[in-house]
Each structure stands twice: as C-alpha cells, then as structure tokens.
Design a protein around this ligand. Sequence first.
Ligand SMILES: [Zn+2]
Length: 235
Amino acid sequence: MKKLSTFIVMLLTFVVACGPSIEGEQKAWDANVNSVDKLKNEYPAYAQLIDYKLTEAQKIWDASLAIGDEEKKAEKMQEANNFFEKGSISVLRNLKSNIDRLKREKDNLLKTTAPDYSFTSKINNAVTEANSAVDAAENSLYVKGNLTKEDADVQLSRVGTKLSDATRTLKSVAESITKYKQEQEAKLKKEQTKTETQTTVAKEEAKPIKCEYCSTSSPAGSTKCKSCGAALPSK
Ligand SMILES: [Zn+2]
C-alpha cells in the first residue's frame, strides 16, 4: 500500500513536471470562472478589475480552444489561467489570509525577548513596517465605491508588495535573533568546556609526584625526590 502511494506520488510529480495538462487547466479555468461572482461580492470596489481580468482571460481561453496540438493547447489554456489569477487577483484572493499571517508573525516577534538593544530597535522597526502594511491592506480591503481597473491594479500591487516586504522583514529579524541566541549558546558551551579542561589540567598539575625509585611522594613542581634526590619526571 505504501509502495503504491509512493508510486502515485512519483507519477503525479512526473506529470506535473511535464507541464500543463488540458484536464488540469480546464479544472483551474472552471474554478476561476466560478470564483468571479464570489470575489465581486466580497470585494465590490474591485468589480471592474475582476471583470476586466476575466474578459481578457476569456479571449486567451477562446483562442486555446482552436488549437489542435494538445501540448500547445494546454500551454495556451495555462496562459489564460495565469492571466486571470496571477498578479492583482492573487493579491486580492490572499489579502485576508496574508493580513492574518502578518499579524500572527508580528505577535510572535513581539513575544520574543530581544537579546540586546540592537535587536530591540530591529524588532520595533519590523513591527512598525508590519503595522503600516496591515493598515494599507485593511484600507484596500474595505475601500468604498468603485475603483477603476487601473487604480485597483495599482492599489493591489502596492499592498501586495508591502505585505510581502513586511513579512520578509519580520522573518529575517526572527531568524537573526534565533541565530544570535544559538551562537551565544555555542560560545557559552565552548567556554564551559574550556574551563572544565583547565580545571582537569590544574588538578593533574597539583598532584604530588611519586618517585619511581623509593616511592616517596614529593610536592607538585618538585624536580628532585625529597627523600632520595633522584630526578623526578616533569609533566
Ligand atoms: Zn626517591
């Protein structure tokens, strides 16, 4: 059973790696067309942009239907899907989840203890950037009226960039704190090991030296046996 599922996964990977399929693109297209009403209901201010995207994508899609060669047909279908779903529509679709993710990551960073002052200011800057991106995104989410497709496009790409930039900043600050803490820990461990080694050596050096001829113990550091005067091994 496990072998079979592995085989299926490998087969799917192979099929996907081979490029778009007519079936896959048809499914994606149906989903895109079906999502239009829902999107317009949810974001009425962007209706013009959504309609424009669908109309233009539809032209590409219609052109694909006239293509006989299966591979080229699937590629054209993919082009239609990409035209619709990439860019501003993708930003719109993911706006709410990306806002939530950014807020979550910001809260996580705020819970992190800054190892020193330089990190405190890094955290503060990242939080400020995140707040500004969330504000911009929420403003565009609840914008009133009807935006022209150009304004909508500009607005969404600006917000999309702000959100991804702010997310990247938060992640990089969090990662640099983790890295710093790991380095500090490694340093501390190294120092501990060093101290332990030094203690062992010191103990060894403090040991009295036993004479190999008369078995008398002389104090550490002696060069000659205190009893018979024989030379003692140095350490
Ligand atoms: Zn001796």
